[in-house]
Design a protein around this ligand. Structure first.
Ligand SMILES: [Zn+2]
Ligand SMILES: [Zn+2]
Length: 102
């Protein structure tokens, strides 16, 4: 499990292609700046093919809702039954329940 601290970026990673906004997600993600993911190990699958981690703030979309101001930093808030896991943002306290089975 990757340490989220190691994925803190202050600017867009030029090694990744920027995604295009989709639907109501039109604001560039404050965490990954439109990349949708972070490079954890550069070129681990060959030149230009990186081992990446999905951006937890925009759930790999690269863009967020206009109303989202927080660069979400999720921490596991406990298992809520079967394959459901609760995540809590340490910054704004927003909660999400994610089905990890799918
Ligand atoms: Zn993001
Ligand atoms: Zn948040």
């Amino acid at each position: 499990m990757a340490d989220y601290e190691s994925t803190q970026l202050s600017e867009r990673d030029p090694r990744l292609a920027k995604k295009t906004p989709q639907g109501c997600r039109t604001k560039e993600c404050p965490r990954c700046f439109g990349n949708g993911s972070f490079v954890l190990r550069p070129d681990s699958y060959g030149p230009g093919k990186h081992f990446e981690q999905m951006c937890p703030s925009c759930w790999s979309h690269g863009y967020v809702l206009e109303s989202q101001t927080c660069a979400h930093e999720w921490k596991a808030g406990g298992n809520v039954g079967n394959c459901l896991n609760r995540w809590v943002c340490v910054r704004c306290n927003e909660r999400r329940v994610v089905d990890s089975s799918g």
